[in-house]
Design a protein. Structure first.
Length: 139
């Protein structure tokens, strides 16, 4: 019985170490793209991006880039929505304000060392492509 427990503990330790190494490599990478159903999504996507309150989302694409010198870290999600542009803009603006962001320009919001940039493109038939970019500047 003791050897079974030792093997389980060793296996758990090895798996934990592998996950830590993977996280370290992933979090330091440049322009790492991934889907919502990947381990990168769990490890790299900030909760602000995960909790975007748009229900009609499809064609999600995620991108992460680590901070480097003066360059901020970047977490980006682009998605398609069938909601009209005004509804999407209002929903995202209200969401960011509820997270203590302040409007700092057209489709730009800031909070301490973070900045969110929203971009919209029409794709016809009432669908819009939205980009939600979170920049986090090192202090």
């Amino acid at each position: 019985m003791g050897t079974v427990i030792k093997r389980l503990l060793c296996t758990g330790a090895v798996l934990t170490l592998m996950l830590a190494v993977y996280y370290a490599l992933a979090s330091l990478s440049e322009d790492r793209s991934y889907s919502k159903y990947s381990i990168d999504y769990l490890l790299l996507t900030p909760s602000l991006v995960k909790k975007i309150p748009i229900e009609d989302i499809s064609d999600e694409f995620y991108l992460y880039s680590a901070a480097d010198g003066n360059k901020p870290s970047r977490a980006l999600v682009t998605f398609t929505s069938g909601m009209n542009r005004e509804s999407v803009e209002g929903t995202l603006a209200n969401y960011l304000r509820s997270e203590h962001f302040k409007t700092s320009g057209a489709n730009t919001f800031t909070r301490q060392n973070e900045e969110v940039i929203l971009e919209y493109q029409s794709e016809g038939e009432g669908f819009h492509r939205i980009s939600f970019t979170l920049l986090e500047y090192l202090q």
